[in-house]
Design a protein around this ligand. Structure first.
Ligand SMILES: [Zn+2]
Ligand SMILES: [Zn+2]
Length: 248
């Protein structure tokens, strides 16, 4: 029971960091927040993603490239240009690292306004710290796992961030229903997104890239938008009025 709770907590907290901070804030800037909250959510992203912490700068820029070049050769991750899921994840890693290390050639507009906390990332992203998280997960399992098969869940903990990204970038570009005509293969993977906190309404999102609420049809409840709505109400963030963003 403890392991199940830990797994679900890690899954949803890590996913929240990705969809709220990395995707909707760093990449799309659907809302703004002051420096205090930005640093706090930056820190939480590291805390929740742990060993697989993704840099908001690299994620944000890479994701903008995805929207701009979806399903073309310049797309950082397209099932159309990958042999299988692992091949796509490997290619994504190379693009991610080249963006992170500033070796990727691209127009300046893709880099505009992404949050970057260099001194923090040097620590949070280093291999020693990533391995430390891995050891903590392992120790937790050694303490609380009741069955041997539970240890097979550990690789998911180690790679939680990239796995969440790959689920959408692979499956929501291959399977699901299409509500809007878009210039690429984006689909709404699940009619009720209880697994990906709104991320799976990917066709809606490709159509309306600046819209903070990914759900459109009556059954498409977006839990992350509910949190965004409450954060906006209490003044933690401010949803932009004009959601006509450039990176769609
Ligand atoms: Zn997006
Ligand atoms: Zn997409």
């Amino acid at each position: 029971m403890t392991i199940l709770f830990f797994f679900l907590a890690h899954w949803y907290l890590s996913l929240f960091a990705q969809t709220f901070f990395l995707h909707r804030y760093a990449a799309h800037q659907m809302f703004i927040m002051n420096m205090f909250w930005e640093k706090l959510f930056y820190f939480s992203t590291w805390l929740f993603q742990g060993s697989s912490f993704l840099s908001p700068k690299a994620y944000g820029i890479m994701h903008r490239l995805h929207h701009a070049y979806a399903d073309t050769e310049k797309d950082p991750h397209s099932p159309m240009y990958s042999k299988n899921l692992l091949d796509m994840m490997k290619k994504t890693l190379f693009v991610y690292l080249s963006v992170l290390n500033n070796t990727k050639d691209m127009e300046d507009k893709f880099k505009k306004g992404v949050p970057y906390w260099a001194s923090f990332e040097r620590i949070a992203g280093c291999w020693f710290v990533r391995m430390g998280w891995g050891v903590l997960y392992l120790l937790f399992y050694l303490q609380y796992a009741n069955y041997w098969w539970m240890f097979f869940l550990l690789p998911i903990h180690f790679l939680m961030g990239p796995i969440h990204g790959a689920i959408i970038n692979w499956y929501a570009h291959k399977y699901g229903y299409v509500s809007f005509k878009v210039g690429d293969t984006a689909k709404n993977l699940l009619p009720i997104d209880f697994l990906m906190m709104g991320e799976s309404y990917h066709n809606n999102h490709h159509k309306f890239g600046g819209r903070a609420n990914f759900g459109i049809k009556w059954h498409e409840f977006d839990p992350t938008y509910l949190i965004i709505f409450i954060f906006n109400l209490v003044g933690i963030i401010h949803i932009k009025k004009d959601n006509d963003l450039k990176f769609m």
